[in-house]
Every structure is written in structure tokens, then in C-alpha cells.
Design a protein around this ligand. Structure first.
Ligand code: GDP
Ligand code: MG
Length: 441
């Protein structure tokens, strides 16, 4: 996939300005690349569509080629889809003993992951964990978990030959309660493919154990199959999260994307090897970087954006020093306040201005008021924003009406803008190249 995309974007970066059509054709190739990486067709299609929407409206950062910009947008969107809601790596294991059901195909890494996760819960969270193997199909499966348990210092349910999975699950529950365990993990039997008999078995186990978490363990290298598996397990059993194993291989992890998009279930952990500590919290940034394989370009665009922001701040500061603080500036400040849920970034950085910011805050500058003030500014024409002094009675009425506010509200806003302009000027004189400049850095 990376090679593929690399080619696409190389070509793009060599073109000068990128038209809408260019973006579209580039993304067509991205779609093909995603499909080649085993992302399912509807997922690839939707993903490209959402990126196209964002890319078309977005401005290209100065000193960045349009192609590079597209890489960054693709990358950010990938992270968004991969992340979803909730904290990666978190498990609902509050009510002791909390059952965790491990499900998945044979060879996907269930038993290994059960032990890895048990070790993590013990070491990191100080939990007392009991593991039980319900795999009555494969003769050595129970011993496999027992050996791993001994290795990591986690208890396993004693093996009783001839029991069926439901009986073992019940026994695990009893043992976990009596033994004062925080968590008990049920490692189910594998299956080679979705198989009705085994599915019914897992269902029965689910019903007697009522798991707090049902984790699907899938081989991250199996692409589309993994997604198909996830869909099936989710429909039949209901999963609460996914563990992607074998992410230490050379696969691009494209399955992660379809998995997220199709099941909507969070990817909680990734397996990165056969060793017992090779389990990590899922990090969307890392996996996105891997699917795309273009970290250099992403870093370059991020750097360019930072530089540009610094330049903009500098320019703004120069204008403030000359007492130029118009409605556009005020709008910028108000929007910053909204974003930060508090004082404007610019204000906060300036000595002395913090006091004024506090006054604004005390005057009830909550979100509602901020929104109203921004609405007022939005009702102004370009000329009015740049030169608020041209606002006479008729213009004021029009603006107030346009934003559903009173003229008195507008007057308050104008007063605030004048005070700010005044203060900026004073501070500019006070600290010519000194305090103010430093504060803005
Ligand atoms: P199960 O049938 O689902 O219980 O699968 P197992 O836990 O027995 O794992 C099958 C094989 O995959 C074993 O050899 C494991 O060591 C290996 N394995 C599991 N997880 C990983 C992983 O994250 N990376 C690598 N490289 N191997 C893994
Ligand atoms: Mg197993």
C-alpha cells in the first residue's frame, strides 16, 4: 500500500497547483491502493469519499505542495476512523470477579493473548486473575494455557478431563468468586472458519458467564477475512472489542481500518510477537502511519503548519502594536476562547492582558455569550469588520437584526473592541519589541 501511495503522491507533488480534479483522481488511486491492501470495498469507498470532502474545502498550507497536503489529510482521516470513541486499552472490569470472554478463529492468537492480557492486568493494574481454557477440541490446548500461566505467574483453573465448555465456564465462575479473583478469563476453542456448532457453543458459554468484555482476537495479517470473521462474531455473539495480533509482521495492518469501519467496535490491543509482554495498547497514530507509510511527508506538513502559525502570530502582533485591532481580530480571540473554554490564547500570553481577560470572564463570557458575539461579527460586512468605526445607527440595526440580537448588545461588543485596541496599542508602546513580543512567542 505504501509503495502504491508513494507513487501516487510523488506524481502529485511534481505537479504545480492541484485542481479539484487532480485531488479526485489521486484519491481514486488511493482507493485502489486501499483495496490492494485488503481493505474492504465499501470501507475504501467511504473512506475516500470523506477524505475528498475534507481535501476539497481545505486550504493548502504555504510551502507545502497540494500532494503533500493530501497525504496529511488522508493520514488524519485514517487516525480518526481508527480511533473511534473510548479509551484504547481500557476494559470494563469493575465488578469482581469480572468475566472476560476471548473468541476468534483457530490460530488467531486467543490463547497467547489471554495469557498476555492476564499478565498485563496483573502487572499494570494489580489485578488477581484466573484463566480457564474451554478448548476441549484440541487435546493440548488446556495444557498450553496452563504452561503459560505458570510462566507468567497467573493461576489457571485446574483441568478436569471430559467436561464440556459450559461446565468449565460455570466452574471458573465459582472458583473466581470463592478465590477472590478480580477477573477471570475464558479462552474458548478455536475454529477454522465460522462454524455453526462451535458458534452455538460460544453462545452457550456467553449466556452462562455474562461477560463484561468479549474480545475478538484476530490475525491482523488476514485482511478481508478478518473483517468477515469480526462481522460474524459480532452478529452472533456480540463483541465489545478487538485485539489485532501479528502486528509485528510485515503486513500493513489494513484490516484495522475495515474492522473499525465495519464493526464500529474499538480495537483495544495489538499483539506484537509471541513473547508474553508483546501486547500493547492500540495506538491509532502508529497504525495509521503504518497503513499509509508516509510519516516523513506528514511530519513535513505539520512543521510547515507550525511555522505558518508562528508567522501569523507575528504579523498579528505587529498590527496590534499599531493599535490595529479590528472585528476580525476580536472574532479570532472570541473563537479561541470558545475552543479553550477560557481566555483567548493571545490574551493569556500578554502580561497585563490577563487581567482584562479575567474581567471579560467575570462579565459572563460563557459559551452562549461568545456565540452571540461571534454571530454579531458574522453579520457585519467585510468593510465593517475591518473598520468598525463606520457603524452608524442604520448599519447597527441591520447587524443586530441579522444576528437576532439587540443594538445594545452590539454596542457592548463595539466598546470591548475599542478597549482591546487601546490596550494593545499601549502595550505595544510599552514594550516595543520587548515584553509584548516576548509574551507572544
Ligand atoms: P489460538 O488458536 O487462537 O489460541 O492461537 P494461539 O494463541 O495458540 O496462537 C497461535 C500462534 O500464533 C502461536 O504460535 C503464537 O505464538 C502465535 N502468536 C500469537 N500472537 C502473536 C503475535 O502477536 N505475533 C506473533 N508473531 N505471533 C503470535
Ligand atoms: Mg487456543
Amino acid at each position: 500500500l505504501s509503495e502504491r501511495l508513494g507513487g501516487v503522491f510523488d506524481r502529485l507533488t511534481k505537479q504545480g497547483a492541484l485542481s479539484e480534479d487532480d485531488v479526485r483522481s489521486a484519491l481514486r488511486e488511493v482507493r485502489v491502493a486501499l483495496l490492494e491492501a485488503d481493505v474492504s470495498l465499501p470501507v475504501a469507498r467511504n473512506f475516500v469519499k470523506s477524505v475528498e470532502k475534507k481535501a476539497t474545502g481545505a486550504a493548502v498550507t504555504k510551502s507545502v505542495t497540494p500532494g503533500q497536503q493530501v497525504v496529511k489529510i488522508v493520514h488524519d482521516e485514517l487516525i480518526d476512523v481508527l480511533r473511534g470513541e473510548g479509551e484504547p486499552g481500557s476494559l470494563r472490569i469493575d465488578s469482581a470477579p469480572a468475566p472476560i470472554l476471548m473468541v476468534g478463529l483457530q490460530g488467531g492468537g486467543k490463547t497467547t493473548t489471554t495469557a498476555k492480557l492476564a499478565k498485563r492486568l496483573k502487572d499494570r493494574d494489580g489485578k488477581k486473575v484466573l484463566m480457564a481454557s474451554l478448548d476441549v477440541n484440541r487435546p493440548a490446548a488446556m495444557e498450553q494455557l496452563q504452561i503459560l500461566g505458570t510462566q507468567i505467574g497467573v493461576d489457571t483453573l485446574p483441568i478436569v478431563k471430559g467436561e464440556d465448555p459450559v461446565t468449565i465456564a460455570k466452574r471458573a465462575k465459582t472458583q473466581a468468586s470463592l478465590g477472590g479473583y478480580d477477573v477471570y478469563m475464558l479462552d474458548t476453542a478455536g475454529r477454522l472458519s465460522i462454524d455453526e456448532e462451535l458458534m452455538a457453543q460460544v453462545e452457550a458459554v456467553r449466556d452462562v458467564s455474562n461477560p463484561r468484555e468479549t474480545l475478538l482476537v484476530v490475525d491482523g495479517l488476514t485482511g478481508q477475512d478478518a473483517v468477515h470473521t469480526a462481522e460474524n462474531f459480532d452478529q452472533r455473539i456480540g463483541i465489545s472489542g478487538v485485539v489485532l495480533t501479528r502486528m509485528d509482521g510485515d503486513g500493513r495492518g489494513g484490516a484495522a481500518l475495515s474492522m473499525r469501519a465495519i464493526t464500529g467496535k474499538p480495537i483495544k490491543f495489538v499483539g506484537l510477537g509471541e513473547k508474553m509482554d508483546a501486547l500493547e495498547t492500540f495506538e491509532p497514530e502508529r497504525v495509521a502511519g503504518r497503513i499509509l507509510g508516509m510519516g516523513d511527508i506528514v511530519a513535513l506538513v505539520e512543521r510547515a503548519q507550525q511555522t505558518l502559525e508562528a508567522e501569523q502570530a507575528e504579523r498579528m502582533m505587529k498590527r496590534f502594536q499599531k493599535g490595529q485591532f479590528n472585528m476580525n481580530d476580536l472574532k479570532g480571540q472570541l473563537e479561541q476562547m470558545m475552543k479553550m473554554g477560557g481566555m483567548g490564547a493571545m490574551l493569556q500570553m500578554m502580561p497585563g492582558a490577563a487581567k482584562m481577560a479575567k474581567q471579560l470572564d467575570d462579565a459572563g463570557m460563557d459559551d452562549r455569550v461568545l456565540k452571540q458575539q461571534i454571530a454579531l461579527i458574522q453579520s457585519m460586512t467585510k468593510a465593517e469588520r475591518a473598520n468598525p468605526q463606520i457603524l452608524q445607527a442604520s448599519r447597527k440595526k441591520r447587524i443586530a437584526k441579522g444576528s437576532g440580537m439587540e443594538v445594545s448588545d452590539l454596542n457592548k461588543l463595539l466598546k470591548m473592541q475599542r478597549q482591546m485596541a487601546d490596550m494593545m496599542k499601549k502595550m505595544g508602546k510599552m514594550g516595543k519589541g520587548g515584553a509584548l513580543k516576548q509574551a507572544m512567542r
